[in-house]
Write a new protein. Sequence first.
Length: 166
Amino acid sequence: MGVAGAAAQSDTVQPSDAFRDALAAYDQAWNASGLAFTKVTFTDGGATGYGQYTPRTNTVFTDEEALTVYAEPVGYGFREGDGSFAYELTASFRLLNLSGQVLAEQDNFATFAGEGRTKKRELSAALTFQFSGLPAGDYQLETRFQDEIGGSQSTVTLPFSVMGTN
């Protein structure tokens, strides 16, 4: 490292002890949580990033309309190696009617994975579903997320309706 690099590091203002303590407490709470979600909602269109989505005002869809879901997972595990932290979540889904009959399902249809020099804790999972031919009625979209590194899983269920055509 050159002199300029060393000087830049020594001029860096370090966080306070209180801030470092808060980060350590956050890390401990994260690890104790297991896979959970701070937000899961249907959206109008896709999300463009963490916290960048428009919540849908209702859960009534037309037969031809795509269902878009936004989720913010927390408590997933990290694999450490060579100064980096990796995460990997997979998603599976089931479409159910109100009597619990499974109308469609697919395991591991989406993967959310990454790696960086720090633990990425602002992860958004955006999913799009297209179910054509559903008759008018009430349904449940059940999405199971599996933490491939930490080993935990969590399922979220979003009820929705399909309106009939006139």
